[in-house]
Ligand binder design. Structure first.
Ligand code: SF4
Length: 369
């Protein structure tokens, strides 16, 4: 039976979990996980810290985790070690009997926050003053809130991930001549550029300016409208970091995530999602050298799992996702023990008004994926 959140005031507070030593946290997480058994599924994104990642039943990037969540109809509780848009996606794709929990509600995504429904609707109205609605497909990166996914679903658009962005954009161009891509300009630009779309057919949409800061003629000419959003982690990689590694380590391969800037992506040897990065480095020959441009937790894990290779982090700075980092062992244990006690904390529920069209947008993507 589900109890309202916070009903039992005698329940220990989250603060009580922080003084616990790491071994105790590990032991109690393992124990409560075993007791909840197959009622529970823990999902872990590749950027999560090791202290929680090691407890995930299933690990991967946004696409892999959303596909897996959609298949798990029998797990009552899905605890998502990731960020809010991922937990929302899991809630949309699972049944109403399943409960999705985000151990820390402050685990958001600064990129996802760069586009909101009001500014995207305003942009759409402005764009469609010059271009017929029937000629443009809205595409949202999965790093976006549920109402933006619904916005796309309702207008014939869909969701993409860094794994399938090219496939999704090709699908959109077969149907209509233009796309509005949000919130990450870099994924949109890097993907379109590699598909052969010239830069002069892409315009940047600044939501703070009328017409996104563009002349009406430019709006009519453009094929790709790129929202002015970015990932604060991946934008820290710079072209001179690539130059440094090439000079310092002859023969090194540079592999980066498409959320990096075009200047970095153009200088790299390979570009792809976190799953692609993991697979490529793991399958590379012994003794090969790699500089990797993505989040630090993932790169440190790659280093550890590939002792026969040289794996470097492509920046002198610490590029760690501070919001992913929020899910720690005390939050995980607290949410699991509360669950076992019958009190569901931090449940993520997408409002019904957004769910239907957001699901359409996600399912369009999953069919193509
Ligand atoms: S790494 Fe960037 S895009 Fe990914 S969750 Fe963190 S802020 Fe968002």
């Amino acid at each position: 039976m589900e109890h309202p959140i916070g009903l039992k005031i005698s329940e220990p507070d989250l603060a009580d979990y922080y003084p616990l030593p790491p071994e105790t946290l590990d032991e109690r997480i393992a124990d409560v996980k075993a007791r909840l058994s197959d009622r529970l599924l823990i999902l872990g994104h590749n950027y999560q810290r090791d202290e929680v990642y090691k407890f995930a039943d299933y690990k991967g990037d946004s696409l892999k985790l959303s596909q897996y969540a959609a298949q798990q109809k029998d797990r009552e509780y899905i605890v998502f070690c990731g960020v809010k848009f991922m937990a929302e996606t899991a809630d949309i794709l699972t049944t109403s009997e399943q409960k999705v929990i985000l151990p820390d509600l402050a685990a958001g995504c600064s990129m996802a926050d760069m586009a909101d429904i009001d500014t995207v609707e305003t942009a759409w109205q402005e764009i469609t003053r010059f271009i017929p609605e029937s000629s443009i497909t809205p595409i949202t990166y999965i790093n976006s809130s549920a109402d933006l996914k619904a916005f796309c679903g309702e207008r014939g658009g869909l969701v993409c991930t860094s794994t399938n962005a090219e496939r999704i954009i090709r699908w959109a161009f077969k149907r209509r001549e233009k796309i509005l891509f949000f919130p990450d300009q870099h994924l949109g630009r890097n993907t379109c550029k590699r598909m052969g779309i010239p830069l002069n057919e892409m315009i940047l949409w600044d939501p703070a300016k009328p017409n996104g800061g563009n002349h009406p003629e430019a709006l009519q000419k453009a094929r790709v409208f790129l929202w002015q959003g970015f990932c604060s982690v991946h934008q820290m990689f710079q072209p001179h970091h690539v130059d440094y590694f090439r000079k310092q380590y002859p023969g090194i391969k540079i592999i980066v995530h498409p959320e990096c800037s075009m200047e970095v992506a153009d200088k790299s040897d390979l570009m792809g999602s976190t799953e692609y990065i993991i697979r490529t480095v793991t399958d590379a020959p012994s003794g090969s050298r790699w500089a990797v441009g993505t989040e630090l937790n993932l790169v440190n894990r790659l280093k550890r799992d590939n002792p026969d290779k040289e794996v470097y982090f492509l920046s002198p700075m610490v590029c760690m996702c501070s919001t992913m980092f929020r899910i720690d062992a005390p939050h995980l244990l607290w949410s699991l023990e509360r669950l076992e006690a019958g009190s569901i904390v931090n449940r993520i529920i997408v409002p019904e008004a957004d769910r239907t069209w957001a699901k359409v947008a996600l399912e369009r993507m999953l069919e193509l994926a």
